[in-house]
Design a binder for this molecule. Structure first.
Ligand code: HEC
Ligand code: HEC
Length: 361
């Protein structure tokens, strides 16, 4: 009970703080961190997302039927699925049923009202809710926060700052099609699980060359020959496991710039505060633990952020800075992100992602 009261008190204070700055979309001052959205070039005026194709269990033209219908296996699972089954997003496969509560119809098939066009929440977010860099980690989110986000998607007050990003509009479509009962069920399903490590952070000057498929970076080889150039490049630990088999136990590597973790630690733990002439000079941001909890694993209705995909974290902070994410509670983040630069976003995400949740979680 104490936790809730503390967060509410904080929240009230912060709303006052945020009020002068809370307004409509602000003009982009910082260039878009393109890597966080899975693009190489900035959007052109008028660019729009192409609607995502509805799920299908059919062979595509020129596909080899025997290859696509041959049963596949992953280590440690008793199940077997063909490629056609694996990519049928309206019928989510389940390599490890013991890793999560039983999947209800909304998690496995998606909103009933969408019929053939429905996608199960587990298809993008995975049955264990760990998610992928191009979508979102939803495991362990507080129920009240989760429901609020679904409301924000429904009302389209949570959009993507990059108008080309195709899966955020899919979230709008799904949220609008869901009944309140389906929203509650999905929130409770993911809230019942605890976050466990999923990302490996590596500081480096060079990254593997990559290609982008579906807004996700995939390595072209193991050798690191391309300068990281101030970005974070997030790739699957094992492309075959993540992409072809959609193994929900196969995680991701985040390559981050050398020194960024330490730089991020300073911003995250002190807000970038310094002492000059014996006086405390407030930093450009606010210590995250105040609202996100001492271990950044969430507090009351504020979501956990520790250990999550850095592309996701930066996308959200940039979306909030740009006013693309402007639901009822987003103003609380306004003073946090307002003065941050692209380099700060990288440093903060590098540090936050590197945090490993304590074993009690
Ligand atoms: C097509 C892939 C896709 C499917 C299917 C999908 N989502 Fe999402 N979801 C996303 C993306 C992408 C985001 C993040 C949007 C962004 O970064 O702009 C997201 C974000 C979320 C968030 C916000 C997480 C946070 O930390 O704020 C929630 C909650 C969520 N989804 C719930 C659901 C539920 C419930 C379902 C099933 C009905 C579902 N999603 C199905 C792609 C998907
Ligand atoms: C004054 C309270 C407060 C502080 C301080 C704060 N946050 Fe937040 N943060 C929130 C709230 C509340 C939300 C959820 C907003 C919503 O519901 O739309 C949030 C959401 C986020 C999200 C999106 C999470 C998701 O799952 O989509 C990120 C990323 C984030 N905060 C990062 C940070 C970082 C990094 C810091 C420190 C530099 C920080 N926050 C400091 C209150 C705060």
């Amino acid at each position: 009970m104490q936790l809730v009261i503390r967060a509410v008190a904080l929240g009230a204070g912060c709303v006052v703080l945020a009020a002068p700055g809370a307004g409509p979309l602000r003009a982009a001052t910082e260039p878009e961190p393109l890597w966080a959205y899975g693009f190489l070039t900035p959007p052109a005026p008028g660019d729009k997302a192409k609607p995502q194709a509805p799920p299908s269990r059919k062979l595509r033209p020129k596909e080899d039927a025997s290859e696509q219908t041959r049963p596949r296996r992953v280590e440690g699972s008793a199940a077997s699925y063909s490629r056609l089954e694996i990519r049928d997003l309206g019928n989510v496969i389940d390599w490890f049923p013991g890793d999560h509560p039983p999947m209800s119809p909304i998690i496995k098939h998606g909103p009933a009202s969408l019929g053939e066009a429905a996608r199960g929440c587990g298809s993008c977010h995975l049955p264990n809710g760990k998610g992928r860099p191009e979508n979102a980690p939803v495991i362990g989110l507080p129920v009240s926060y989760f429901i609020r986000q679904m409301e924000d998607f429904r009302n389209e007050v949570r959009v993507s700052a990059d108008p080309r990003k195709p899966n955020t509009p899919t979230m709008h479509l799904l949220a609008k099609a869901m009944t309140d009962e389906e929203v509650k069920e999905s929130a409770e399903y993911f809230a019942a699980m605890r976050w466990t490590p999923w990302m490996r952070v590596i500081e480096t000057e060079f990254v593997p060359k990559t290609r982008i498929v579906g807004n996700l970076f995939l390595p072209l080889g193991k050798e690191r020959t391309e300068p990281i150039a101030g970005r974070i490049i997030e790739v699957p630990e094992d492309e075959e496991q993540s992409e072809v088999l959609r193994n929900p136990r196969s995680g991701f590597i985040a390559y981050v710039p050398v020194g960024s973790v330490k730089q991020g630690e300073n911003l995250v733990t002190t807000g970038g505060m310094t002492v000059a002439d014996g006086k405390i000079v407030p930093g450009k941001t606010v210590a995250c633990a105040t609202c996100h909890g001492p271990d950044l694993m969430g507090l009351a209705d504020v979501p956990g952020i520790a250990g999550r995909s850095p592309s996701y974290l930066v996308r959200q902070m940039y979306d909030m800075q740009q006013g693309a994410r402007r639901g009822a509670s987003a103003p609380l983040m306004k003073p946090v992100v307002d003065k941050l630069t692209g380099e700060d976003f990288v440093a903060i995400a590098a540090y936050v992602t590197s945090l490993v949740p304590p074993p009690t979680h």
